[in-house]
Design a protein around this ligand. Structure first.
Ligand code: DX5
Ligand code: ZN
Length: 224
C-alpha cells in the first residue's frame, strides 16, 4: 500500500511558538497533526488540552489526531470534538466501558481509535472492531517523547495488520494502523513493512533543523 501518512507529534515542538510549529510541519509535507494529551494520572506527565486544540484548529486544514493519555476518558471527549479534533484515540485500560467510549467519540463526529501500550494485548479489539477507525500501537511506554523504539512492536504490528485485512475482507470498514514512539528515518521502512500506514514522529522531526528534509527522507524510505 502506497498510502502512507506522516503525523508529527507536537509534543516535541517549541511550545512558545506552537502555531508556527504546526504550520511548519504541514508546509514541510506532513499529513496529520498528532496531539498528545497527558494528565499526570494515567501517564506521568502533563501536557495540553482542548483549549490548545481549539487554538491551533484554525491554523491548518490537516486532520488533528488527538491521542488521549487520560483517565477517565469520557468526560473530555465532547470538549475535544468541539475543539475541532478529527480523530480521538484512547487507551482501553483508561476506560471502564470501551464500547461506550468508542460510540461516544463517533457520536461526536470524530473517528475513533484504540491505543495499545507495549504490553497491552490486541484482544481488546475482539468485540469492537466495527467501531474502530484507527488502531494505534505504542512502540514506547507512553508519557514522553524521545524514547527508543521497542522491537517487539514489529510482531504486534504484523498481528494488527492481519486483523485489519481480515476485517476488510469480511466486508468491514477501513481501519488505519498507526505507530507511535521512536519512529525515525532509519527505522520507518521496517515499520511500514510490518504493516503500519500512519507514522507518528515527534523528536525525529521537531529536533531536526529542516522539517521538510526530514519528512522527505521518511517518504523516500517509505517509497522503497
Ligand atoms: C508518547 C507520545 C508520542 C511521542 C512520540 O507518549 O504518545 O506521541 O510524542 O515522540 P517520539 O517520536 O519522539 O518518540
Ligand atoms: Zn502520541
Amino acid at each position: 500500500a502506497a498510502d502512507f501518512r506522516i503525523a508529527p507529534s507536537i509534543l516535541s515542538a517549541n511550545f512558545a511558538k506552537l502555531g508556527e510549529e504546526v504550520q511548519a510541519v504541514i508546509a514541510a509535507g506532513a499529513d496529520i497533526i498528532h496531539f498528545d494529551v497527558m494528565d499526570n494520572h494515567y501517564v506521568p506527565n502533563l501536557t495540553i488540552g482542548p483549549m490548545v486544540c481549539e487554538a491551533i484548529r484554525p491554523l491548518t486544514q490537516a486532520p488533528i489526531d488527538v491521542h488521549l493519555m487520560v483517565k477517565p476518558v469520557d468526560r473530555i471527549v465532547p470538549d475535544f470534538a468541539k475543539a475541532g479534533a478529527n480523530l480521538i484515540t484512547f487507551h482501553p485500560e483508561a476506560s471502564d466501558h470501551i464500547d461506550r467510549t468508542l460510540s461516544l467519540i463517533r457520536e461526536h463526529g470524530c473517528k475513533a481509535g484504540l491505543v495499545f501500550n507495549p504490553a497491552t494485548p490486541l484482544s481488546y479489539l475482539d468485540y469492537v472492531m466495527d467501531k474502530v477507525d484507527m488502531i494505534l500501537l505504542m512502540s514506547v511506554n507512553p508519557g514522553f517523547g524521545g524514547q527508543k523504539f521497542i522491537p517487539a512492536t514489529l510482531d504486534k504490528l504484523r498481528e494488527a495488520r492481519r486483523r485489519i485485512d481480515a476485517h476488510r475482507e469480511a466486508g468491514g470498514q477501513e481501519i488505519w494502523l498507526e505507530i507511535d514512539g521512536g519512529v525515525k528515518v532509519d527505522n520507518i521502512a521496517e515499520i511500514a513493512r510490518a504493516g503500519a500506514d500512519t507514522f507518528v514522529a515527534g523528536s525525529a522531526i521537531y529536533n531536526t533543523p529542516d522539517y521538510a528534509a526530514t519528512i522527505a527522507a521518511m517518504r523516500a524510505e517509505l517509497a522503497q
